[in-house]
Design a protein around this ligand. Structure first.
Ligand SMILES: Cc1cc2nc3c(=O)[nH]c(=O)nc-3n(C[C@H](O)[C@H](O)[C@H](O)COP(=O)(O)OP(=O)(O)OC[C@H]3O[C@@H](n4cnc5c(N)ncnc54)[C@H](O)[C@@H]3O)c2cc1C
Length: 435
């Protein structure tokens, strides 16, 4: 049978928030044919962590389009209007939107746009000298001039972790729904994912017999927030960042960690109050908080797990648990579908695609057929790259680069920001990691 062959200008692999923003803004580019594919049956956003009360860590104005095109129909505000709930939303005076509502907004964009196709896994991508050739799981073949890789990061699992139904990554938490009744549960990881899982376990009825929260971090650090901190989440700082040396970039990203990776204050406060209530009001002392512990080994033993954790003073603690939840973060990865051209791509030591300043992946293919890497720029473009703050702005920059046309005036209207960052002249002594 002859395969079904079609063509497009730009093909996006994966429909998470980042390629979705590109799809939403591409909709406003006359003459551009862009198509996006996801292996999932419908749009979803980290369903394994979609707790009833999880809140966004970023403003709803940092949606798929608003920062560069507030007149787009694909804005969060238009979603509210289309759902008939604008006034009810405003009256609620939320500090932040729930992740569930923001997910519903993104699902609305993805399913209404008409350029996003679900149940459409991309199996293989090759390059025939002139165009990318995408082979879909369905057997369909698509030729495209440009590629946008938005397949997201993958779970970062400790080496040799005995992954099984009772030892799994936190991203699967709600889907696994382990029976914790009377069990000893260890949560490893002191970021927001670990915190949300711990909070859920604290409210469980019936409770686990023991709940231990271990973190490599020296304490359970909260998110650094406020106007001055947020200056690093602006296009102005992004431009400054691009001019830093690699060593200064690395130090800056490390020093800025808790501006994006700390605990939401509301979650941290609620955890503290729950632990207080359990211990002092209900007289149940089942929770242990262990910061400053680096888990070095997890072994199956006697139907459960035996953990070794190094302490900051050089000691090793041992712990046993029946269920181990690994809230150990994510790492960038090149998706398997790029295997046919993998040898031609520059890949950073940490596994991310190496990007130039235009978000183009460095590779040995023709300049006219670019590959854009979304969520691969934490080292090259800064701490803002894996989150939503500059997502719409990055999408607009990519679309202008791909079409070679100035389309989004907003890109040329951004303020220089309120902080003088000593552009490109920052010495390696200037940015220090706090002790
Ligand atoms: C629980 C959680 C909450 C977060 N909250 C916030 C927040 O409030 N604010 C913020 O700024 N950031 C937040 N982030 C960080 C960031 O915004 C998200 O991780 C975001 O989902 C990253 O988007 P993405 O498009 O890179 O990838 P993903 O959302 O991971 O999407 C990738 C998609 O690619 C698809 N895919 C993979 N391979 C293929 C293939 N071969 N063919 C077809 N499809 C494929 C997958 O099915 C998936 O749908 C959060 C992260 C997590 C884990």
């Amino acid at each position: 049978m002859t395969p079904d062959i079609s063509s497009t200008d730009l093909a996006g692999i994966g429909i998470g928030p980042f390629n979705l923003s590109l799809a939403a803004l591409a909709h406003n580019v006359p003459g551009l044919n862009a198509r996006f594919f996801d292996q999932k049956r419908t749009f979803s956003w980290h369903p394994g962590l979609a707790f009833d009360n999880s809140a966004m860590q970023t403003s709803y104005l940092k949606d798929m389009v608003t920062p560069v095109l507030p007149t787009s129909v694909w804005s969060f505000l238009n979603y509210l209007v289309q759902q008939g709930r604008f006034y009810d939303f405003m009256a609620a005076r939320f500090d932040t939107v729930s992740r569930r509502e923001f997910t519903d907004y993104m699902a609305w964009v993805a399913h209404e746009l008409g350029t996003c196709q679900f149940d459409a896994a991309v199996r293989e991508v090759d390059h025939d000298g002139q165009r990318f050739v995408l082979r879909m799981a369905s057997g369909q073949i698509l030729r495209a001039r440009g590629l946008s890789v938005g397949t997201g990061p993958v779970p970062n699992l400790p080496q040799d972790a005995p992954v099984c139904p009772n030892c799994f990554h936190g991203i699967e938490y709600l889907e696994r729904q382990p029976d914790i009744t009377g069990k000893r549960v260890a949560v490893i990881g002191g970021g927001q994912t670990g915190a949300e899982i711990v909070l859920d376990l604290l409210g469980a009825d019936p409770m686990p017999a023991e709940l231990t929260w271990l973190s490599r971090r020296s304490a359970f650090w909260q998110l650094q927030e406020g106007g001055l901190v947020d200056q690093i989440y602006t296009p102005a700082y992004h431009d400054v960042f691009l001019n830093l040396t690699d060593a200064v970039k690395e130090a800056a990203v490390s020093a800025q960690k808790y501006s994006s990776d700390g605990l939401t204050p509301a979650t941290a406060d609620e955890i503290y109050r729950q632990i207080y209530r359990h211990r002092y009001v209900e007289g149940r002392d089942i929770v242990s908080l262990h910061p400053g512990r680096t888990v070095t080994r997890i072994e199956r033993r006697f139907g459960g797990f035996h953990l070794n954790a190094e302490t900051p003073v050089g000691g090793v603690e041992e712990l046993t648990a029946d269920i181990v939840i690994l809230a150990t973060g994510f790492r960038p990865a090149v998706p398997a579908c790029l295997d046919p051209i993998r040898d031609r791509l520059n890949i950073e030591a940490g596994g991310a695609l190496e990007l130039d300043t235009r978000y183009r992946v460095q590779w040995d293919g023709p300049e006219e057929t670019p590959i854009y890497g979304l969520n691969h720029g934490r080292q090259s473009h800064g701490i803002v790259d894996p989150q939503l703050s500059l997502t719409a702005w990055r999408s607009a920059a990519i679309l202008e680069d791909f079409t070679g046309k100035p389309i989004f005036d907003a890109l040329r209207r951004v303020s220089a920001g309120l902080v003088d960052w000593a552009d490109g002249r920052v010495s390696e002594d200037t940015v220090r990691i706090p002790a």
